[in-house]
Design a protein around this ligand. Sequence first.
Ligand code: MN
Length: 435
Amino acid sequence: MSEIDKMDLNATINPRRQSWVASANDPSCDFPIQNLPFGIFSDNSNPLARVGVALGDAIVDLTVLADHGLLPQAREVFACSTLNDFILLGQLQWRDLRIRLSTLFDRDNSTLRDDPKLRDISLIAQSDARLYLPVDIPGYTDFYSSKEHATNVGLMFRDPKNALLPNWLEIPIGYNGRASSVVVSGTPINRPQGQIKRPDSDRPVYASSQKLDIELEVGFIVGSNTTLGEPIQCEHAENHIFGMVLLNDWSARDIQQWEYVPLGPFNSKGFATTISPWIVTLDALEPFRCNQPAQLPEPLSYLHHIGQHGFDIRLEVDLRGAEDSEADTITRTNFRHMYWTMAQQLTHHTSSGCNVRVGDLMGSGTISGPTPDSYGSLLELTWNGQRPLTLVSGEQRTFLEDGDEVGLRGWCQGHGYRVGFGSCLGKIVPAVGRG
Ligand code: MN
């Protein structure tokens, strides 16, 4: 980018910039003019799924703005039911569009503000819209990058004296997950069934999971296709990331405990993963960079990067039982606690020569903080069911019951505004019988 473009890009994160879309200036709104996250939506007036940007309580219909020659790109990349074609255009184009939108919706820009007819057809109320999975996801990888989470799991299931396995401090541990079952916020989650081996019997049974759990995670969406055989360099890795979403990696702990040796989780994780509908770009998250935790031993040189690669993202989980009028916030934590950075995860993923593709989803791993009220799973919050949670309603929970609704929330707190992720909801419904 030229110097002038850099100035324009910096202006998009200016905390003082306000929009003529009044709801975007509410300090508690997830979608101020500094955010501009991308998603896929339709509405009653136009049932075709297409690309939009969240702003205040509205969605900017990019096909309409492109039709009127107000965007750097042609309408074709926005008249799509996924963001993949737009993402494939590359980082310069993402930034060009961001700068254009930030300018168009600036309080002092009259182009759209003073054109009521165009304004009305280009802004759709979020309450009237349906949101879809924002990308076609060729592959889903889940990491295991919270030192606190890995330590807690080691304490529970392995040797408490050696809770962290020796490879954990050298490798951003991950496994290849299941892309076909990634769903958008609001999709009901059927209670999974599988092989469960009870301690008092010799053989497993095939049954509904009784230890259905959440995993509070964030995910990043890969922004470019890489070449088979060519590793990404760690210092450039963030250029290959389009943006981030909230991610709930639903997990069946009883199925997991029986199946995970020797090759790791399979059906216990593959039945569903929920993500939030809006992808928040790294450009929007730039003001919220922070130091990653100190890494000891020093990682191998291919995992070195200089500067700040952590992000200060506040995270909360709400749980609401079927009969409860209000939700309980069961955990509060922060993405900044993560030991391995997204750049290191992506670098490690391609370090063997494995290629990645536009739309690939990479989960952070369960995000647990250092204190018991900041753990990112019920497994840890209830210590494998030994310490039930008491909800506001007086009900107790170890793991999820049918009818429970879980919502993740995430936001970066600025001065007088927040860059938020919207909602990531899922409700548990009973298991379906075998067809
Ligand atoms: Mn996970």
